[in-house]
Design a protein around this ligand. Structure first.
Ligand code: NAD
Length: 284
């Protein structure tokens, strides 16, 4: 099945990036958010990011204008889900919120519409079970910043059909991404592997093995990582890292995923990384 019309639920960090790449690939995009202010800011961010692509001669001005012209903004979830081929949900990482949104989407969207979630850690199988179409529910885990990062982790829930998976993989390729199919387990592949590494780096800091800059430099120069784990944690948000580690710890039931007490302490202090101006590093 061809996917031409896409709704994106949530116009925050991830949602505006997903809307950007979809519209740039020629899709008609409906960006849905409860906040008018967020929608205005999302359009400004997309315009700014497109301008940067024009300056770098990645696209020309007419492509920029056409891309913006393919994005409409909507505040009502139910009407926003009408008449689209696929919905990607990118609202905050709270299970109850996502369940409620999928219940509404299931009622409002045509029976053939694929319902995808950009969740980082919530079970796709469990989200799908809230709908009457679990075969059409799938994970589409984009990476931040979406216009730049190549990966889409495509997560199959227990009931996701081959047809839904194939359509999602084709769409990801049309958006210029490299899709990788994985099964639905806590943290999928990305966070199952990444978060224990970040957590171990925080333990190393807590135990006085080395200073943050030293830990990050070892991983950058020694392992060829583009960023050190502590700088990456600051970029992701320390609260988000803690949430994901708690999901891994709870759902896999193994103490090797227990969040480092120092990570908890930083989150309790409101030191959340770049977004709060302070995490393992200071940001102006
Ligand atoms: P965000 O807080 O930047 O944006 C979420 C948006 O959802 C907000 O604009 C909010 O107004 C909107 N929203 C809240 N309730 C809504 C509702 N009922 N209907 C419509 N819109 C609603 O969050 P984000 O960082 O973009 O994360 C979104 C999802 O993407 C999460 O599941 C997160 O785990 C996942 N994710 C985030 C990253 C990242 O680095 N930020 C990376 C990969 C995946």
């Amino acid at each position: 099945m061809g996917i031409d019309r896409i709704a994106v639920v949530g116009g925050g960090t991830m949602g505006n990036g997903i809307a950007h790449v979809a519209a740039q690939a020629g899709k008609h995009v409906r960006l849905i958010d409860v906040s008018e202010e967020v929608l205005e800011r999302a359009l400004q961010t997309i315009a700014k990011n497109l301008d940067r692509q024009v300056r770098k001669e990645i696209i020309d001005e007419s492509a920029r204008d056409a891309t913006l012209g393919r994005i409409e903004t909507v505040r009502d979830l139910a009407s926003g889900a009408e008449g689209v081929d696929l919905v990607v949900e990118a609202v905050p990482e709270r299970a109850e919120l996502k369940y409620a949104i999928f219940e509404t989407l299931d009622e409002a969207a045509a029976p053939g519409t694929i319902l995808a979630s950009n969740t980082s850690s919530i079970s796709i199988t469990e989200i799908a079970a809230r709908t009457s179409r679990p075969d059409k529910v799938i994970g589409m885990h984009f990476m931040n910043p979406v216009p730049v990062m190549k990966l889409v982790e495509v997560i199959r829930g227990l009931a996701t059909s081959d047809e839904t998976t194939e359509a999602t993989i084709s769409l990801s390729e049309e958006l210029g991404k490299t899709p990788v199919e994985v099964n639905d387990f806590p943290g999928f592949v990305s966070n199952r592997v990444l978060m224990p590494m970040i957590n171990e780096a925080v333990f190393a800091l807590m135990e006085g093995v080395a200073e943050p800059e030293a830990i990050d430099t070892v991983m950058k120069l020694g392992m060829n990582h583009p960023m050190g784990p502590l700088a990456l944690a600051d970029l992701i948000g320390l609260d988000t890292c803690l949430n994901i580690l708690e999901v891994l710890h709870r759902e896999l039931g193994d103490d090797r995923y227990r969040p480092c007490p120092l990570l908890r302490k930083y989150v309790a202090a409101g030191w959340l990384g770049r977004k709060s101006g302070r995490g393992f590093y200071h940001y102006a």
